[in-house]
Write a protein that binds this ligand. Structure first.
Ligand SMILES: NC(=O)c1ccc[n+]([C@@H]2O[C@H](COP(=O)([O-])OP(=O)(O)OC[C@H]3O[C@@H](n4cnc5c(N)ncnc54)[C@H](OP(=O)(O)O)[C@@H]3O)[C@@H](O)[C@H]2O)c1
Length: 172
């Protein structure tokens, strides 16, 4: 499956349950590239979506151990295994791993590509994604020209898995 994230210089992704920064072009691309697909995310990330509601036109699979968490139009999985079972019938190209830290950590081994918006700034974050630049399992295969949003600069990076990883099919 494909991981999608926005990170800062230290691969921080969030603070106090919120995103570090909202860049309109990044958000537009996220909406375009995930349209019609299945999004996998943790309960905390889901609750940070606009209005705490699922995004239009996408299927949401949300992980939570809380038996009272049952939002409308969302499939809730109570464990990694339950989520993996549910994902069995869905092609890789349809699956987008959308965070946050806990759920990235759980499913990163099953990802074969990662699309990272890399913001050239260091925030005081409290949630992180593994730094793929320091991993021997991942290779940066593409990077866009530098773009800017007010005084922030950022690039879009594409990474591919070159080693390691786990098969979703073999996991259940
Ligand atoms: N920059 C980005 O691209 C990006 C993307 C997404 C999120 N974020 C940020 O990341 C932060 C949230 O990350 P997070 O790590 O705190 O939370 P998270 O991964 O979004 O959600 C964690 C929750 O998922 C559930 N969960 C985790 N493992 C599970 C398992 N094995 N089985 C069942 N449920 C499980 C639990 O929900 P319950 O507590 O309900 O049991 C847990 O509290 C926020 O700041 C958010 O803005 C950033």
């Amino acid at each position: 499956m494909r991981l999608i994230a926005a990170v800062d210089q230290n691969w921080a992704i969030g603070k106090n349950g919120r995103l570090l920064v909202k860049i309109p072009k990044d958000q537009r691309l996220f909406m375009e590239e995930t349209m019609g697909k299945t999004l996998i995310m943790g309960r905390k990330t889901f609750e940070d979506l606009p209005g705490g509601q699922p995004l239009y036109g996408r299927r949401h699979i949300v992980l939570s151990r809380d038996p009272n968490f049952a939002p409308r139009n969302v499939t809730v999985c109570r464990s990694e295994r339950e989520a993996l079972e549910l994902l069995q019938g869905i092609p890789d190209a349809e699956l987008c791993l959308c965070g946050g830290e806990e759920v990235y950590r759980l499913f990163l081994p099953y990802c074969s590509t990662a699309d990272i918006t890399r913001v050239d700034y260091s925030y005081d974050g409290d949630r992180f994604l593994e730094n793929l630049d320091h991993s021997t399992e991942w290779e940066l295969t593409m990077e866009s020209e530098e773009e800017s949003y007010f005084d922030l600069t950022f690039t879009f990076r594409h990474y591919e898995r070159i080693a390691g990883g786990k098969s979703r099919m073999a996991a259940v």
